[in-house]
Design a protein around this ligand. Structure first.
Ligand SMILES: Cc1ncc(COP(=O)(O)O)c(C=O)c1O
Length: 387
C-alpha cells in the first residue's frame, strides 16, 4: 500500500485531502517525497504564521522541550504566564484561559457568557446570538454555534440556545436580540470557512453598541483572523471596537496546538476554581512557541502584510476569470469562474499550495512571505485561473 492508500485504510475518512505528501518545509516552501518544491500560500489553514520551521520559532520550541515538556495546570510555569501577560499587555485584556484548539477556545467563551449572564440577569439568559454562514468549531456546542445547516444535520440534537442572524443585517439582529434572552453575541469579523467574507463596519459597531447598552458579552472569534492574519494583531482592531472577549488559536503558536480565550474587564472574574480546565491547555512548549510568534507581530510587519495584500488584490482583480476578491490582509478569498477545487489541484501540479473556502480560492500566506516568492506564486495562480 502506498501512503495515500494506507491513510484511507487506517484514518477515518473525514477529510477531503489533496494528493500531496509533505515531507519537509522551510519558510514559505515545502517539499514532497520526490523532492518537488511548492510555494505554500495556505500555512496549514492559517497556522504556520511564519511558515515552516521558522528559525526563531524552532529555537524557542527546542529550548523549552529540553527544559520540560509538560507540568499539568496543578503547578506554575513561566512560559504560560509570560504568554498571558503578553496577550493582555498587547490588547488591554485582563485575563486568559488556555486550551488546545479553536473549538475549545470558543467553548470556554460560551461558558463565560452563560455564567456572566446568569450572575447578572438570571439563568434564563442563556442564548448566544451568532451569524448564519459562520464557523466556530466541530464540538457539539461549537457546531451549534456555527450557523450552517450543513454541519448540523448529522448530529442532532444539538446544544440548545443558539440563535443565528444574517451577517450585516442590523434590523434582523436587533429584532432577535430584543425578542430573546441573550447571554452573548459571538462573531468572526471575517467569516473564513464561510467564504472569506468581512463583516461591514456598521454592523460590527451596532453589535458593540447594543451589547454594551444591554450588558451582553460581545465575543469575537479570532481563531482564523487573529495573530496578525488580517494585517492587525486581532481582526477586531480593523473595526475600531474592543470586544468583551475574544477566542484565538490557529496561528497563535505558529504550528503547535494552543487555544486562548482572552477576556476584558467585564468577564475577568466570571470563571473560578474548578469551573473550567484543560490537561494540555497552556502547555509550556506551545506557550514558548506562541511567545516567539507574538513578539514578532509588530506594526511594521502588519504594514508589510497590508502592502502585499494590496498587491495580490490588485493583480487578481485584473485577472480574467476572477469575479471578485474579498478579505482582509493575508486572509483572501477569490471568486472565480472556474471551480475553486480544480484551480487548487492545478496549482499543486504547478508547485503552489492554495486553499478553498466554499466556492472560492482562499489564500492564507505566511505573514513574512517575501515579495519575490509571493509574486512568483501569484503569477502561477493567475496562469491557472486564466488558462
Ligand atoms: C473562525 C473559526 N473558529 C473556530 C475554528 C475551529 O478551530 P479548531 O479546528 O482549532 O478547533 C475554526 C477552524 O477553522 C475557525 O476558522
Amino acid at each position: 500500500m502506498n501512503l495515500f492508500e494506507k491513510d484511507k485504510q487506517y484514518i477515518m475518512n473525514t477529510y477531503g485531502r489533496f494528493p500531496l505528501n509533505i515531507v519537509k518545509g522551510k519558510g514559505s516552501f515545502c517539499y514532497d517525497e520526490k523532492g518537488k518544491k511548492y510555494i505554500d500560500l495556505g500555512t496549514g489553514i492559517a497556522v504556520n504564521t511564519f511558515g515552516f520551521c521558522d528559525k526563531k520559532w524552532v529555537k524557542a520550541v527546542k529550548k523549552q522541550v529540553n527544559l520540560f515538556q509538560h507540568t499539568s495546570n496543578l503547578y506554575y510555569q513561566k512560559p504560560c504566564v509570560d504568554l498571558a501577560e503578553n496577550l493582555c499587555l498587547k490588547t488591554g485584556a485582563k485575563k486568559v484561559f488556555f486550551s488546545n484548539s479553536g473549538a475549545e477556545a470558543n467553548e470556554c467563551a460560551i461558558k463565560i457568557a452563560r455564567k456572566y449572564a446568569e450572575l447578572k440577569k438570571g439563568k434564563e439568559y442563556y442564548n448566544i446570538l451568532t451569524l448564519k454562514n459562520s464557523f466556530h468549531g466541530r464540538t457539539i456546542t461549537t457546531l451549534s454555534a456555527t450557523g450552517q445547516e450543513v454541519f448540523h444535520k448529522d448530529f442532532t440534537p444539538l446544544t440548545q440556545g443558539f440563535i443565528h442572524t444574517e451577517a450585516n443585517d442590523i434590523e434582523m439582529a436587533k429584532s432577535l436580540l430584543e425578542s430573546n434572552k441573550i447571554a452573548g453575541v459571538l462573531v468572526e469579523v471575517v467569516q473564513g470557512e464561510g467564504g472569506v467574507m468581512p463583516l461591514k463596519k456598521e454592523f460590527v459597531q451596532f453589535l458593540r453598541e447594543y451589547t454594551k447598552k444591554n450588558d451582553i458579552l460581545f465575543m469575537i472569534d479570532e481563531v482564523q483572523t487573529g495573530n496578525g492574519r488580517t494585517g492587525e494583531l486581532y481582526g477586531y482592531m480593523n473595526y475600531g471596537i474592543t470586544p468583551d472577549l475574544f477566542s484565538t488559536a490557529k496561528g497563535l503558536a505558529g504550528g503547535l496546538p494552543l487555544g486562548a480565550t482572552v477576556v476584558f474587564d467585564k468577564a475577568e472574574n466570571v470563571l473560578g476554581a474548578g469551573m473550567h480546565g484543560s490537561t494540555f491547555g497552556g502547555n509550556p512548549v506551545c506557550a514558548s512557541a506562541a511567545l516567539s510568534i507574538l513578539n514578532r507581530l509588530t506594526p511594521q510587519l502588519f504594514d508589510q502584510v497590508k502592502q502585499k495584500s494590496q498587491y495580490v488584490i490588485s493583480r487578481l482583480e485584473k485577472c480574467k476569470g476572477v469575479k471578485n476578491v474579498s478579505g482582509l490582509g493575508f486572509m483572501l478569498g477569490i471568486e472565480t469562474e472556474k471551480d475553486a477545487k480544480s484551480i487548487a489541484l492545478k496549482c499543486i501540479e504547478r508547485g503552489v499550495l492554495v486553499l478553498t473556502a466554499k466556492n472560492k480560492v482562499r489564500l492564507l500566506p505566511p505573514l513574512n512571505v517575501s515579495f519575490k516568492t509571493l509574486e512568483k506564486a501569484i503569477d502561477i495562480l493567475i496562469d491557472v485561473i486564466e488558462e
